[in-house]
Every structure is written in C-alpha cells, then in structure tokens.
Write a protein that binds this ligand. Structure first.
Ligand SMILES: [Mn+2]
Length: 431
C-alpha cells in the first residue's frame, strides 16, 4: 500500500472548490506569529522522543486562533512528561478510533505518552479493517482484565468521542481516582467534569474537532510521516462514517475533510471501505429479510439469538432493510449474551431515510427508560440503537423450547412497543 499522499483533487467526494475554502478558515496571522513555537515541537512528527519538554518561553509565545486551542495547549503543557489513558467507548466506531489516535499524536508533541484503550470489542468488519490496515495503536482492555491493570502508572485520562457513560473503564477510573483531564465529544448531554472540555453537539463528528486542532497546529502534519498519512486517512473515514458518507456533513465537517485531503491516502481509504461482510453478518441479514414485517413503511425484524461478537451484524441488517421500496425506516433487533459481564440483552438498530423522523425521540418514546431514568435507546439523525437488559429472564437455558418461548415474548413485546408508535390508529395483531 502506498504511503505517499495522493493528489487531494482525486478525492471522490470533494468538490474542487472546497479546497480553496479550507485555507480561508485559518487566519494567516496566527501561523505567522508563531514560527518559533512551530519549529520547537511541531516538526517532530514521529513524537515519542522521550526527552522533549516544552520550554516555558515557547508557551508564552504561542498564540492560537481559537481559545480552545489555547486551553488544550496549556493543558498539555501542564501535564508534559506524564502518561495518560485515552478512553474510547466500549464499541468504538471509526470516528472514535481516529480521534483517539489523533489525540495520542498531539499529546506526543508534549512528551505525554498515551495508551488508547477500549473495554468492549471491535466487531464491525470495516472497523477491524481500519485498525489493521492503519496499524493504529489501539488496545483492547476487556472488562475481566481491568482489576489487574497498572492504574498507578497513569496520571490522568481523557474521553474522546464519548463522555464516559459508554465505557466500562469509567467506573475504574473513578475508583482509582484518576483525574479526568479532557473530554472531547460531539454528543450532547453528559456532565463529566474535566480540566479541558470541548463538547460541540452542532458538529457532526469528533474527527472534525480533532482536525481543527491539527489545522491550529497543535500537531503539524507532515506528508513524509507515514503515521500522519494514516491518521489523516482514519480521520476522513471517521467524518464520512458519522455523516452518512458526507451526505449530512456541514460546512465545518467538509472544511475538515478538505484540509485532511492534503494528507490522506485514497488507496488506503478505499481498502478500508471495501471490506467484505462476514458469513455471520450475511446469515443475520438473511434472517432479518425472512422475518421482516412491514407496516406503514416501517420494516421490523427480529433475528433471534446471536453471538455477542456478531452484534454489529444488526446495524448492517438494518442498513440493508431500509433500502427496500416503500420502506423509510427499518428496525432490526436480537438477543445477545455478554459472557464477560454475564448479562443478556436485547439489542437493536434503527435506520431511517425519513427526514421528519427523529431516531432519538422515536426510540426514547418507544422503549422508555429504566428505574434510574436511563433511556434504553437513543440516536442521532437517521440512525439509532437500543439495549434492553433482560434482567430476571437473562441466562442461557439448554431447553430449546424455553429459549424459543423467551424469544417470542421479547419479539412480541418489542413489536408491540414499536407498533404503538407506527400505527397508533389501529390495534395491530402481532403474532
Ligand atoms: Mn462520533
């Protein structure tokens, strides 16, 4: 695979004139005013040099176009020489993975060593490909191993593309009293306190925010550094994936992609996107097709039991069902058993092309919340998901009749809750 940056104009999704737009967002006086600072630590692309401290004089000189860059720069300077954990959600998506990596590279400029970790699994083929093909330094810390980790070697942690609520690592961080240094996210809500908080719900991907940090020269990308090319490629993939292939991208997202297009490797991106589906995923899609019921342009399908590590087949099946004629919304769900945490869950995905349907509102309304007030589902535009713990009925049973019965109960209940919203005017017979 080529490490050489490709011609930015060859990017299939960019209009040529966006390129010109990207430079206008960067006030020129900023880059002119800090040549010394840029040379001092912006050029060490590989980072990890060890002894690279930021001289105090440089910090005083450095000025940024945006107060957030200033704040983050000051945070990283304060913590120079330390070791931090960068925590991703349990099922990291391309946006999270790319952002964690970009953060790690930025922190390296300040002689901060970061470990990029997640506690769940990466099971979506495209995400496995992203990690393998880029050689991204991401580590899996399964829940069962957390008690044996050397927590004391870290001086702080950072949440990227999440705010702690979706990671099993969070309770350990709290227990170990590891300070939360930064939270960088584009999801609304959350009340995690940190030294640096950059939460922008109006931005479609956290990768857009991280790209703005790069544009602000917290790390100067270098076309000759393979890691930079790969990280830029991962960031484009992150933005694409959180904006439905840029269809929902807004100006800031597109400007970020335009900037990254100077550095990314189009062949690498194509390889990441062209991964084939696993047999498991194909089987789940087949079941979803066979079991679907269509009501008022909604396609609903329960796929029964599936392995925990195959859970990403559910959104893939929903992606597929929503392409049917006369269907604007697909909901696919199934039961998975999480061995690590010994719990059984109904998990589901919603995909919609109906602009007036808000997946977040729809799923919250359909399934409600638990006694603690936590909603079972939620989403963003055009996509959403839900997770309903099975509580007392959880657990495997060798008797197939029992298993079937259990599935039927859940299948019926979920359909009822959905149909209440889909066809409120008539009582639909479910079974
Ligand atoms: Mn995201």
């Amino acid at each position: 695979m080529s490490q050489e940056p490709t011609d930015p104009h060859a990017h299939p999704v960019l209009e040529p004139d966006l390129e010109a737009g990207s430079s206008s967002t960067e006030p020129t006086e900023v880059s002119n005013s800090i040549p010394a600072a840029t040379n001092s630590y912006g050029s060490n692309g590989n980072g990890g040099g060890g002894a690279m401290m930021v001289p105090a004089s440089v910090e005083r000189v450095r000025r940024f176009s945006d107060y957030r860059l200033d704040e983050l720069h000051r945070l990283l300077t304060r913590h120079a020489g330390e070791r931090h954990l960068v925590i991703l959600q349990d099922f990291p998506d391309p946006d999270a993975l790319a952002c964690g990596w970009a953060y790690l590279l930025i922190a390296q400029q300040y002689d901060i060593r970061c470990d990029l970790v997640y506690a769940g699994t990466i099971s979506h083929q495209e995400n496995i490909a992203l990690v393998k093909l880029t050689g991204m330094p991401v580590q899996n810390w399964p829940a069962s191993t957390l008690k044996d980790r050397d927590w004391h070697s870290y001086q702080g942690c950072v949440f990227v593309d999440n705010q702690g609520a979706t990671s099993q690592l969070t309770q350990w961080v709290q227990q170990m009293e590891l300070p939360v240094l930064a939270v960088i996210d584009h999801h609304a809500g959350g009340d995690t306190v940190a030294e640096f908080v950059d939460i922008r719900p109006n931005i479609k991907a956290t990768a857009t925010i991280l790209t703005q940090y790069l544009q602000g020269e917290l790390l100067v990308l270098d076309r000759n550094v393979a890691e930079h090319i790969k990280c830029a490629t991962a960031l484009i993939h992150g933005i694409r994936s959180d904006t439905n292939g840029l269809l929902q991208a807004q100006e800031e997202d597109l400007l970020a992609v335009a900037y990254l297009s100077r550095y990314y490797d189009s062949q690498l991106l194509r390889s990441i996107l062209q991964v084939n589906r696993t047999k498991q995923a194909m089987d789940v899609i087949e079941r979803a097709l066979k079991n679907r019921m269509i009501q008022n342009n909604f396609s609903l399908s329960g796929v029964g039991y599936l392995r925990y590590d195959a859970r990403d087949a559910i959104p893939q099946a929903a992606d597929f069902l929503v392409t049917e004629d006369n269907v604007h919304t697909a909901v696919v769900y199934g039961i998975v058993y999480d061995k690590d945490r010994e719990r059984e869950l109904v998990i589901g995905s919603l995909r919609t092309t109906k602009l007036t349907l808000d997946p977040d509102e729809f799923l919250k309304e359909a399934f409600g919340h638990d006694p603690q007030g936590r909603f079972f589902g939620g989403g963003r535009s055009q996509a959403g998901g839900f997770e309903i713990p099975m509580g007392f009925l959880a657990g495997l049973n060798d008797n197939p009749n029992y298993a079937n019965l259990k599935w039927e109960v859940y299948d019926t209940q979920i359909k009822q809750k959905l149909l209440r919203l889909i066809s409120p005017e008539k009582q639909v017979q479910v079974t």
